[in-house]
Design a protein around this ligand. Structure first.
Ligand SMILES: [Zn+2]
Length: 493
């Protein structure tokens, strides 16, 4: 039978603030020695008083604006009571009745596996039900018969983003999370690093026979720590549940984990009845009021987001959708690209030059950065310098294979393209008398190939052109050599 798959996503994003949500301890817990960022407040000592982290409130509003949400300007904090060893107070301070942000949506593109755009690609909108601000718990580690608790993470600001059940397959779930990750990084509000626990997601999903209305039994998948784990776990569950339903089995309402090594989901626990968390207003904190002015400042601080940038790059610079995505996924790369485009400063040929510039960034520059492990803000070469190189190619001072070599030099030394071309004598030779002589020399040195060419093996033209380019150390103008070589051979017929 065919089934409809319905997925909702809960994502926890740790906000990258200096201090924790309600105390001045450092929020940078990852990699720190256990229990060094702890004070009476985040250790849950009786009588310790919380104070609201203003920056965390701002960060959560920024995400709300980016996700097209309404912002609750009047909200208050509530205690969610439950006991667990990683929760020393016995309750978590959160927003329940009035989340910081509500009723928004995220629009993104669902692409093929390599990130490219094909006939199956489409734009998707997932509604955001709410995003509320709360504090993270501590972290438990289990070893043998012992368990250890680390309170460094206790009280780190956490934003929980809940979608409506608008996601219909593993691919869409992956694309949604990856778009959300790009946005939190663009906003600079979180590292979004899933493998470091800064972004954690829990899909809940159910299947029902295609075309029916009643929801099937919901299962939850916990503790997924990479985008590919999300895709893998959902795809696996769709297969498992379809097979079970086909056999007439009932799906049990359970919480599942994901075994990345074996590529299977594993039962963690049967779903207990809904907890009564006994929410009530936090008596130690005042209500949170956001003034119109403050909200306006936050709105103004939200930068142009990836999807808007992609559309603009396609319209303004004539780039392909694929190139636009490559250039906008990382905010620093986009900024670097835009600075370079400004430096090109050529209105008439803006499309051709921008395309050439984009190719260098996506191709050779990215390759050099990957090989050296450098980020774009760390490299020696500036956007204006790359623009200089692009112009040298454009006016045919150098050809594109020489440009690759020049770029490598620039990447290593930070020197200008022009200086390198001058110092190494790399300027392209377009003097036809010089090139004609080079062609004649190659013909004289390869009589057998010339003979075979004239007998009909026309592939040898490229060989002879290649020999001439080699003899010129790559400096000859390749289009001219092609023409001269062909003419010289025809003369011998
Ligand atoms: Zn603290």
């Amino acid at each position: 039978m065919e089934y409809d798959v319905i997925i909702g996503m809960e994502t926890h994003v740790e906000l990258d603030t200096h201090s924790k949500m309600f105390c001045t301890c450092s929020a940078q817990w990852f990699g720190a020695e256990p229990n060094v960022h702890v004070c009476p407040t985040c250790a849950g000592m009786p009588g310790a008083l919380p104070v609201i982290n203003r920056r965390a409130v701002e960060f959560s509003m920024m995400l709300g604006v980016a996700l097209n949400c309404s912002i609750n300007q009047h909200t208050f904090w509530e205690r969610k009571s439950y006991w667990y060893p990683d929760l020393p107070k016995g309750y978590q301070i959160t927003q329940y009745q009035y989340p910081m942000c509500y009723d928004g949506y995220l629009e993104f593109d669902v692409r093929d596996l390599s990130g490219g755009w094909n006939e199956q690609s489409y734009r998707k909108r997932v509604r955001i039900r709410r995003a509320h601000l709360e504090e993270d718990t501590g972290k438990l580690t289990h070893a043998g018969r012992s368990s250890y608790v680390d309170y460094n993470r206790s009280g780190v600001p956490l934003l929980e983003i809940v979608t409506e059940p608008d996601i219909f397959n593993a691919h869409e779930a992956y694309a949604y999370l990856s778009a959300l990750q790009d946005i939190v990084r663009y906003l600079g509000i979180s590292t979004g690093d899933m493998e470091k626990g800064a972004m954690r997601c829990e899909p809940n999903m159910s299947l029902r026979p295609k075309g029916t209305d009643a929801f099937g039994t919901k299962v939850e998948i916990k503790n997924l720590n990479s985008l590919s784990a999300v895709r893998g776990a959902i795809a696996y569950e769709i297969k498992r549940q379809s097979a079970a339903l086909d056999k007439g089995e009932k799906i049990r309402q359970v919480t599942l984990g994901w075994d990345d090594v074996r590529g299977v989901t594993v039962m963690q626990r049967e779903k207990e009845d809904a907890h009564d968390y006994r929410y009530f207003p936090e008596p130690d904190l005042p209500p949170l009021d956001v003034s119109d002015d403050w909200l306006a400042l936050v709105r103004a601080s939200v930068p142009e987001l990836p999807i808007a940038k992609q559309a603009r790059y396609q319209n303004e610079f004539g780039l392909s959708a694929y190139d636009a995505v490559q250039l906008t996924t990382n905010r620093d790369v986009a900024k670097w690209f835009e600075t370079g485009i400004k430096a090109l400063n050529d209105e008439k040929a803006v499309h051709a030059l921008a395309k050439r510039f984009a190719n260098f960034v996506i191709g050779d520059l990215t390759r050099l950065m990957n090989a050296s492990g450098l980020q774009i803000e760390q490299i020696k070469i500036t956007p204006a310098q790359l623009a200089g190189l692009v112009k040298l190619v454009e006016v045919q001072t150098i050809n594109s294979s020489t440009a690759k070599l020049v770029l490598e030099e620039m990447f290593g030394s930070g020197a200008d393209a022009n200086a390198i071309v001058q110092a190494k004598g790399l300027a392209q030779v377009s003097d036809s008398s010089v090139l004609e002589k080079a062609v004649e020399d190659v013909l004289a040195a390869n009589p057998k190939e010339v003979d075979n060419y004239l007998k009909g093996n026309e592939k040898l033209l490229q060989f002879l052109v290649g020999q001439t380019m080699k003899a010129s150390k790559g400096k000859a103008n390749p289009q001219m050599i092609q023409g001269l070589m062909k003419a010289a051979l025809e003369k011998r017929r």
